[in-house]
Design a protein around this ligand. Structure first.
Ligand SMILES: C[S@@+](CC[C@H](N)C(=O)[O-])C[C@H]1O[C@@H](n2cnc3c(N)ncnc32)[C@H](O)[C@@H]1O
Length: 365
């Protein structure tokens, strides 16, 4: 497993032929934490067809807030679980594109388009599945500046060229658009011996980036700082795998990144109006920023810009920072080591444990 073509072919083989259902997985990478869901999310996920759910290989919850009428792209959509949940949540006026390179995965996903269209009471499908590579999104037919939200669930780690994936994602997002994705990260840059392990690559372990590398890649491509939403441990139990990996540790992290204009908005006070369904009391934007309904919060230029150019712009009142603190809310660095964050959560008894892959509330093991 070294050059890019070998990696791509081996991953296709893994998800097309070797794995039949999530029970065939050999590590805990493809596990989704069981809590955190709003009622509409639970309803959307429990409406997804059982065969689609049985082939779910995600590692996080990639359903962000305020998706109604959005145009969503799922990178590495697999059998389509997240696409179908979002198909319900975006509504008939929204749309969802699932992009994947593996025929067998696309076949299962496409088989249930009519089923979900009927189930959601739509007159025409609002979801389509496209064959292509996440490193070449525009070649697959997705237009530049056309997407409101990109999601991806446990896929970018599988790519031999993560920078190309981020570059293409940035290209197809509209200004103010968001990349909201879950993926596996490592606490170090893995040695070649671990990188070359075919099964561990397929299991979303060997291709995991050192978490700091994601931050640099995102910056190089032009995204806002990656904001950590949640982090959960990824257990690797098998002795033969541990031998290959040494004492490297793994974490599944959900990050949100925005495509912003180059001229940032000034620092401001913002007041959340509490009108996003499911988030009336508060909007927990990332691990350190929660906006409570009606409460004025001073935000730095980057957050001020995110809130005023993204789909959240009508959900906030914007006011100048009160005199006295006049010009300056210092820029907030949101960088945090996800392993440190998990330790903090653990000490407060708030660390979510991974649940099984079929993660609707009633189907969870
Ligand atoms: C771990 S599975 C996750 C599938 C889906 N997101 C889910 O949550 O069930 C990885 C998926 O990404 C796809 N994939 C991996 N690398 C890809 C690439 N370079 N281009 C397109 N699809 C890719 C695989 O075919 C597979 O369906």
């Amino acid at each position: 497993m070294s050059d890019s073509t070998n990696i791509i072919e081996s991953v296709k083989e893994y998800y097309g032929k070797k794995l039949q259902t999530s029970d065939d997985l050999k590590t805990g990478a493809c596990m989704t934490p069981s809590k955190q869901m709003t009622k509409p999310m639970k309803e959307a996920l429990s409406a997804v067809h059982d065969e689609v759910l049985s082939k779910y290989y995600g590692c996080g919850l990639v359903i962000p807030e305020k998706v109604e009428r959005a145009c969503v792209l799922d990178l590495g959509s697999g059998s389509g679980r997240d696409c179908y949940a979002l198909s319900k949540l975006v509504g008939q006026e929204g749309s969802v594109i699932g992009l994947d390179m593996t025929d067998e995965q696309l076949e299962v996903a496409r088989k249930y388009i009519d089923y979900h269209t009927q189930k959601f009471g739509y007159s025409v499908p609002n979801v389509e599945f496209v064959k292509g590579y996440i490193e070449k999104i525009t070649e697959a037919g997705v237009k530049e500046n056309s997407i409101d939200i990109i999601i991806s669930n446990c896929v970018i780690n599988l790519s031999p060229d993560k920078k190309a994936v981020l570059r293409e994602a940035y290209k197809v997002l509209k200004e103010g658009g968001e990349l909201y994705f879950s993926d596996v990260y490592c606490d170090r840059d893995l040695p070649d011996s671990a990188r070359k392990h075919e099964v561990l690559w397929g299991e979303c372990i060997s291709g995991a980036l050192w978490w700091e590398d994601l931050l640099s890649l995102a910056k190089e491509v032009g995204f806002s700082q990656p904001r950590l939403v949640t982090a959960t441990p990824v257990p690797v139990e098998r002795a033969d795998f541990k031998q290959v990996l040494g004492d490297a540790r793994f974490v599944s992290v959900t990050y949100r990144l925005f495509k912003l204009p180059s001229a940032l908005q000034p620092t401001r006070q913002v007041i959340y109006n509490g009108e996003i369904p499911g988030y009336e009391g508060e909007l927990k934007f990332d691990h350190q920023q929660t906006f409570k309904n009606g409460e004025a919060v001073s935000v730095d230029k980057e957050m001020s810009t995110i809130l005023s150019v993204s789909r959240f712009k009508d959900e906030f009142d914007f006011q100048p920072v009160s005199s006295g603190s006049s010009c300056c809310v210092p820029a907030v660095e949101v960088k945090i080591d996800p392993f440190v964050y998990m330790a903090q959560l653990d000490s407060k008894g708030e660390l979510l444990s991974p649940a099984c892959c079929v993660s609707t509330t009633d189907k969870c093991c």
